[in-house]
Ligand binder design. Structure first.
Ligand SMILES: NC(=O)c1ccc[n+]([C@@H]2O[C@H](COP(=O)([O-])OP(=O)(O)OC[C@H]3O[C@@H](n4cnc5c(N)ncnc54)[C@H](OP(=O)(O)O)[C@@H]3O)[C@@H](O)[C@H]2O)c1
Length: 263
């Protein structure tokens, strides 16, 4: 054994050593946002294959299984707002979030709207008015777009969405810090970023991602699948593991929090 490995305490994640099987309420504890937020706390939730692919056949859907869908739903229920890039809305034909009666009650108890709105980030604003994000949703989405696209986008979408200028110094581009400022201004502090890789990469590049929940699917996809984070920005952001759950299908569910965000 090398000197290095002698200094490390490894832990075997064996269910017989740790027999807890969290129910829905306990699962919510594992994914609770910090209390008393005064600014946005941004949680990314992504899935990757074991070889690091973020898609399988062009979308992330076939990477998932029942456990991943349960966590996906759970973290949605804890969020004030779901943040997603226009690329993902187009590729996955996104619709609005849904809440069951018990979830609505829990959300009301937490002082949240019964259903979290989806906020879509788009520089160009070119979203199809007939897309499910507008037609299959209980609450109209927020469309966060650039100064140069806001008027046209608002005219085209009319009452099916709330279109907001979220650009910074460049009128052609959405500014991620401006996005979070807008959400915070509405009291939407518990942000759930569902991707895709471009948006996650931008959040990481600007050091705006507080935590990452990552599902590892027991699958190899090879090929040209993107990683869960893209873009040109190189970062080196230390994280701490908050938990690691497993299911019988072989999936792993990790939550990592940025060291700088820890109390
Ligand atoms: N594995 C996973 O967990 C996961 C999660 C989500 C998505 N996905 C997959 O990822 C793919 C889509 O991801 P994507 O990376 O192509 O798109 P994306 O991150 O969902 O959206 C990118 C779009 O966001 C807009 N945008 C606005 N400001 C931006 C900024 N500062 N930086 C980057 N984009 C900005 C642009 O929209 P406009 O072009 O409208 O201007 C851009 O085209 C799909 O295949 C989807 O299935 C995987």
């Amino acid at each position: 054994m090398s000197d290095d490995s002698a200094a490390v305490r490894f832990t075997v994640l064996d269910p017989s050593n740790s027999p807890e099987s969290p129910d829905e309420n306990r699962l919510a504890d594992f994914y609770a946002y910090p209390d008393d937020l005064r600014a946005c706390w941004v949680r990314g939730n992504m899935i990757a294959s074991v070889d690091g692919g973020a898609t399988d056949g062009g979308t992330s859907g076939s990477l998932g299984g029942p456990g991943d869908r349960a966590i996906f739903t759970q973290v949605r229920q804890l969020a004030d707002v779901i943040l997603v890039g226009a690329g993902t809305v187009r590729a996955e034909n996104y619709s609005g979030a849904q809440s069951r009666p018990a979830q609505r009650q829990a959300r009301r108890r937490r002082g949240q709207a019964e259903v979290p709105p989806v906020a879509v980030v788009t520089n160009r604003g070119t979203l199809d008015r007939d897309a499910k994000i507008f037609t299959s949703t209980e609450v109209p989405p927020l469309i966060l777009t650039s100064a140069n696209a806001v008027a046209d986008t608002g005219d085209r979408l009319g009452s099916v969405a709330e279109v907001i200028d979220a650009s910074g110094p460049n009128p052609d581009r959405v500014d991620t810090a401006a996005v979070l400022g807008i959400l915070a201004g509405r009291g939407l502090f518990r942000v759930l970023a569902e991707g895709g890789p471009q948006i996650l990469g931008t959040l990481m590049e600007h050091d705006l991602l507080d935590e990452l929940c990552l599902t590892i699917a027991p699958l190899l996809v090879g090929g040209a699948a993107p990683r869960i984070a893209g873009g040109p920005g190189q970062v080196h952001t230390p994280l701490r593991r908050s938990h690691l759950l497993a299911d019988d299908a072989g999936y792993l569910y990790a939550r990592y929090i940025r060291e700088a965000s820890l109390p």
